[in-house]
Write a protein that binds this ligand. Structure first.
Ligand code: PLP
Length: 300
């Protein structure tokens, strides 16, 4: 794994703007997924579990991170995947294909059954089929995941007035809030529509110095627009930093748009968190190609 806490300055005339490259922690256990898994893996080892089981969609960063962790730390891994139709399409799906290479075994379930995944009957059925396992929730958010995310900000980061991150389940931002200073504001940019997130974050976050900026979901989870893709490509061209289209791309777009609109006070020090997810670009590009839309440049 590479060094953590590497910050790159993004030149800007009015602001001190930095991006923290959590995406560089590991190519597949990337960004916040590494942080969220760390203490869960230690717990699973302490409980002598041999198998990790988790849930996710076809392009899930979490699914691939768990598969890679299994390979690296000696666990069997089982991925319960949303969408029965995917079972004969593994070869066409870069995320599932790679996860399978890492040894993950899949259980494909219909969208309907997938919605029942936290019901005890569903878990019992999985135990009957796969034996004893350590269960990681969808997206990986639990108390131990938040503990891991509380290590994202370090002392050197206290100089920032604003810390900005993407929000999926809200686990990562909760950890960041808990390790931020009261003088700092944590800004979360939800990657999906819906106002349930505030409640979810309140469950885990110990401070109130945070705010969700809900204008940059681009139509919903995993939805993209041409404007977003063009932005990601221009950003990569300019700063040589790739962004994923599902999470970090939307957040960075949002921050740059707010800067244009003079939302931040002059001379603000702003830290952006690159939470990773670059593995998902190949799958997104396949979809964009099918629709004859502009694709994400990976190498600039
Ligand atoms: C999963 C993920 C997120 C969202 O994290 P939550 O803890 O679920 O809010 C953000 N960025 C990337 C790249 C992710 O893979």
């Amino acid at each position: 794994m590479k060094s953590y806490n590497q910050k790159i300055q993004l030149e800007h005339p009015n602001y001190s703007l930095f991006i923290k490259r959590e995406d560089e922690i590991h190519p597949f256990i990337s960004g916040n997924k590494y942080r969220k898994l760390k203490y869960n893996i230690l717990r699973a080892k302490a409980e002598n579990k041999e198998t990790l089981l988790t849930f996710g969609g076809a392009f899930s960063n979490h699914i691939l991170a768990v598969a890679a962790v299994g390979k690296e730390f000696g666990f069997k891994t089982i991925g319960v995947i949303r969408g029965e139709e995917l079972c004969d399409k593994i070869a066409d799906n870069p995320t599932l294909h790679k996860a399978q290479d890492f040894g993950m075994i899949f259980e494909f379930v219909s969208r309907e059954n997938y919605n029942d995944k936290i019901k005890p009957e569903f878990i019992t059925r999985l135990e009957e089929k796969f034996g004893n396992f350590y269960l990681l929730p969808e997206g990986g958010t639990n108390e131990l995941a938040i503990q891991g995310c509380e290590e994202i900000l370090i002392n050197a980061d206290t100089e920032f007035d604003f810390v900005c991150c993407s929000v999926g389940t809200g686990g990562t931002i909760s950890g960041i809030i808990n390790c931020s200073k009261p003088s700092q504001q944590v800004l979360g940019f939800p990657a999906l529509k819906g106002d349930f997130l505030t409640e979810d974050i309140r469950k885990f976050a110990k401070n109130s110095n945070w705010k969700l900026i809900t204008d940059y979901h681009f139509g919903g989870y995993a939805k993209v627009t041409e404007e977003l893709i063009v932005f990601i490509n221009e950003f990569n061209q300019k700063y040589k930093i790739p962004l994923d289209p599902i999470y970090t791309g939307k957040m960075v777009f949002g921050v740059m748009d707010l800067i244009e609109k003079n939302w931040f006070p002059d001379n603000s020090k702003i830290l952006l968190l690159h939470t990773g997810g670059l593995q998902g670009i190949a799958g997104m590009n396949n979809l964009l190609k099918q629709k004859n839309q502009i694709e994400i440049n990976i190498n600039v």
